[in-house]
Design a protein around this ligand. Structure first.
Ligand code: PLP
Ligand code: ZN
Length: 422
């Protein structure tokens, strides 16, 4: 394996602050982490990532007094966050699905068990804290729903104004309800997610707000802890490491964050390059620009202007983190696959059958695993973790449509028995 981005141990530049700095992934630019607001490289417009002079080991984490995401504070750019106990989500066994697909071991990392019901909380506990440190009075994001729910919650807790831009009519009910009750100012844009992100990025560039989409490198640091937890939990449960992680891909922030977690574990001497799990991305057929890029071996991802899928959380045509995520998939020997809405709904039912309630985008991971087992791309002797990103209650309409129909009956025991006997 050729981990070309695996140099988080480059010597600290003068601009480093407490051993932490920002670096461009495409050129030699480095800069201070908190002195000025930057989302992209000032020299080449490339994506930025956070770098550290010291990389912690699992022994360091074991000594930590923090919980959840903050158990991994030594691997994060700030010592503590705006926190409501995010992270430390369960790694579930799924016996029925494991039997059905036939792999050595299958686990589901259920990120729907975070405080607001998605992994976005892991990014926000860090990102909102950094915003506080930098000193901003308005936080903003574009969102397919979960980012807005998490930002509304964490931003409000930090006492900061929150502005969210949502694609009108395309956000699941639970997510809008959360953003609304936590008091965000919600703008419903007559356009898709990518249009919302274009607008909010421009607002951020004009200094109107601090941007907390996954373009923000600090947010991805929080999401990195998913990878650290998976390694520790999988080892505890099976004595082994996962060979592969299958995950839904929208803006590809998680794909990038997991890869960074593993690169840093390699640099810290905790994993060999061969032990890094194979990252396998899944998109919906109607919104699959990453899959197209992987299949055609392209150097960049082509923006899809028209996107559609039941999995609204990944209804994204222009994944901003593609320059980080393509190497993540390629250098770990992974792949990307598209699944239909029907396959997503089937997988959502299968997960529910093993007791795990997820929203449609999350089920894409299991739908992708099924398909790649059928094609033989994933072999029977692999240890696999599927990432489920959001909770069932996020999208009650999709759940009700995928589930069984309620049966109306009169308020009378005999008539209820009569009904049941039919
Ligand atoms: C945000 C989100 C995704 C997409 O994650 P990326 O990191 O943008 O690829 C997938 N599923 C759910 C439920 C989400 O909220
Ligand atoms: Zn650059």
């Amino acid at each position: 394996m050729n981990l070309t981005l695996s140099n988080p141990t480059a010597p600290a530049p003068d601009s480093a602050d407490g051993g932490t700095w920002l670096a461009c992934i495409d050129c030699e630019w480095t800069g201070p982490p908190f002195d000025e607001i930057r989302y992209r490289c000032p020299d080449c417009d490339g994506l930025l990532e956070v770098r550290y002079a010291d990389l912690p080991t699992f022994d360091d984490f074991a000594k930590s007094e923090g919980r959840g995401v903050w158990r991994y504070a030594d691997a994060l750019p700030v010592e503590s966050g705006v926190s409501i106990d995010e992270g430390d989500t369960p790694l579930y066994e799924v016996p029925t699905i494991e039997d059905e697909v036939g792999v050595s071991a299958l686990r589901v990392k259920h990120e729907g068990m975070n405080p607001t019901g998605s992994f976005k909380d892991r990014g926000m506990t860090v990102g909102v804290k950094v915003a506080e440190k930098i000193g901003t009075d308005r936080l903003a994001c574009a969102s397919t729903g979960n980012t807005s729910a998490a930002l509304a919650c964490y931003g409000t807790r930090a006492g900061t104004e929150v502005l969210v831009l949502l694609p009108a009519g395309k956000v699941a009910a639970g997510k809008v309800a959360q953003a609304s009750l936590h008091g965000a100012r919600i703008l419903e844009v007559d356009g898709n997610f990518d249009d919302c992100l274009d607008i909010v990025s421009e607002l951020a560039n004009r200094g109107e707000a601090y941007l907390l989409n996954s373009l923000n490198p600090f947010r991805l640091e929080g999401q990195k802890t998913i990878g650290l937890e998976i390694v520790e939990q999988f080892r505890d449960q099976t004595g082994d490491l996962p060979d592969r992680i299958v995950l839904p891909v929208g803006n590809a922030g998680n794909t990038s964050a997991l890869f960074k977690a593993f690169r840093e574990l390699v640099a810290a001497g905790e994993l060999t390059p061969e032990e890094v799990p194979i990252l396998t991305g899944v998109q919906a057929e109607g919104a699959a620009p990453m899959v197209e890029a992987v299949e055609t071996d392209a150097d960049f991802v082509r923006r899809w202007d028209e996107v559609e899928t039941i999995a609204t959380a990944i209804r994204i045509g222009n994944p901003v983190n593609a320059p980080k995520a393509l190497p993540a998939i390629r250098e770990t020997g992974g792949t990307a696959i598209a699944v239909t809405d029907e396959e997503i709904t089937d997988a959502q039912r299968a997960l529910a059958g093993d007791g795990i309630g997820v929203e449609p985008a999350s089920a894409a991971s299991v739908a992708g695993l099924r398909k790649l087992r059928e094609s033989g791309e994933i072999s029977a002797d692999e240890n696999v973790v599927c990432l489920t990103t959001g909770h069932l209650l996020k999208d009650p309409d999709a759940a009700a449509n995928a589930g069984v129909e309620p049966e109306p009956v009169p308020a009378d025991t005999d008539e209820v028995l009569e009904h049941l006997s039919k």
